[in-house]
Design a protein around this ligand. Structure first.
Ligand code: PLP
Length: 358
């Protein structure tokens, strides 16, 4: 038995994998697998638009937003959004809440002017920094946020109300909570944590922004180009979009986003509870009011004990519990597809380990 707590690619619901397997050799009586179909065929188009429509339904995406299926991961979005909107003497404002936000800013800086609106780097990103939108520079093209900081285990809870467009990297918490569309203009995420497998990147953008994008873009990097062609401008990652469509169906069957959010909070509470009652044996990295319910980060009293903990965990079938190589320690990634039962087994292991080592 394997308990998959990988930070990404993360687990995919068993029901989804079983369905994909079942349909592998003869999708809808075509005699072919989905990934063998032409992306211009009616059978594939049904998959494509079903995924888009189900995403709209689940996340309550308003009609004046376009849903795009892109490639290149969330990382390409770091530069694509800058390429589309950092024209003339405009600047991108970045809220630095972790390493991914830093990377987003760095990629933006390769394209145009960027500045830091707020940062918690001096606190090793233990919290999500807040800022006053009134302090943003006048030439701000967009404000870039990271809704969940996968590496440090913090999560945004107060969505700022800005006059400028707000762009949010939701790679590690998309589909685990509602998105406040009155405060978000572009939300994007690689699929491989909560929305399927690596290969497709979801971008949801306010349609009115498409016409404001720079006019001199290479078409393949233009949001408008992809929106105008319903994300069929070039060959989309058809197999990955198929898996996303099955994951979205699964979420809907389970009760939708509210259910995902409730489950995530309950599962995360099981682990945070162990941390909080451990008398410091397990010490959480994130400030309590910035804690993420997707990625839970903690340390043990010594690196030696951490090593022992991870080794024993691995022998018991837990995978992915080591912290990111840049910060060390331990991390529990608690994505939608992680069953509550697996978290309970992990909780029991953590309690047992503490009892044996303190
Ligand atoms: N942003 C966040 C918050 C992430 O967690 C990750 C990957 O872990 C990325 C961006 C990078 O995503 P990709 O590998 O799809 O480029």
């Amino acid at each position: 038995q394997t308990y998959n707590f990988n930070p990404g690619p993360g687990p995919i619901p068993n029901e989804v994998l079983a369905k994909a397997q079942q349909n592998m050799f003869n999708f809808e009586q075509t005699g072919m697998a989905v990934m063998e179909l032409s992306h211009r065929s009616a059978a594939y188009e049904r998959v494509h638009f079903h995924a888009m429509n189900t995403l709209r339904e689940l996340l309550d995406i308003p009609d004046d937003f376009s849903v795009l299926f892109l490639q290149g991961g969330a990382s390409l979005q770091f530069s694509m959004l800058a390429k589309n909107f950092l024209s003339d003497n405009k600047a991108g404002a970045y809220v630095l809440s972790g390493s991914w936000a830093e990377k987003a800013q760095k990629e933006g800086a390769a394209i145009g002017e960027v500045y830091t609106a707020a940062a918690s780097s001096n606190r090793t990103y233990a919290d999500v920094p807040v800022f006053d939108p009134a302090d943003l520079q006048e030439n701000t093209a967009y404000v870039h946020l990271t809704s969940n900081n996968t590496i440090y285990g913090t999560q945004l809870s107060d969505w700022p109300a800005c006059e400028q467009p707000v762009f949010v990297d939701m790679s590690s918490d998309i589909l685990s909570r509602p998105i406040p569309w009155d405060r978000v203009d572009l939300a994007y995420a690689g699929a491989q944590k909560n929305a399927g497998m690596a290969g497709v990147t979801i971008a949801i953008i306010r349609t009115s922004l498409l016409d404001q994008a720079s006019g001199s873009l290479p078409p393949s990097l233009s949001y408008k180009q992809h929106a105008d062609k319903d994300s069929l401008y070039n060959t989309p990652p058809t197999g990955a979009i198929y898996i996303t469509s099955l994951v979205l169906d699964w979420i809907k069957e389970q009760g939708g986003i509210t259910e995902m959010e409730n489950r995530a909070k309950e599962k995360a509470a099981l682990i945070y509870d162990v941390i909080d009652r451990s008398n410091g044996f397990y010490s959480g990295h994130a400030d309590k009011d910035s804690r993420s319910w997707m990625n839970i980060t903690f340390r043990l009293p010594s690196e030696e004990l951490e090593k022992k903990f991870l080794n024993q965990a691995s022998e018991r079938g837990f995978t992915g519990l080591n912290g990111h190589r840049s910060v060390g320690g331990c991390r529990v990634s608690n994505y939608n597809a992680v069953p509550r039962e697996h978290v309970e087994i992990l909780r029991d292991f953590m309690l047992e380990f503490q009892q044996n080592h303190s």
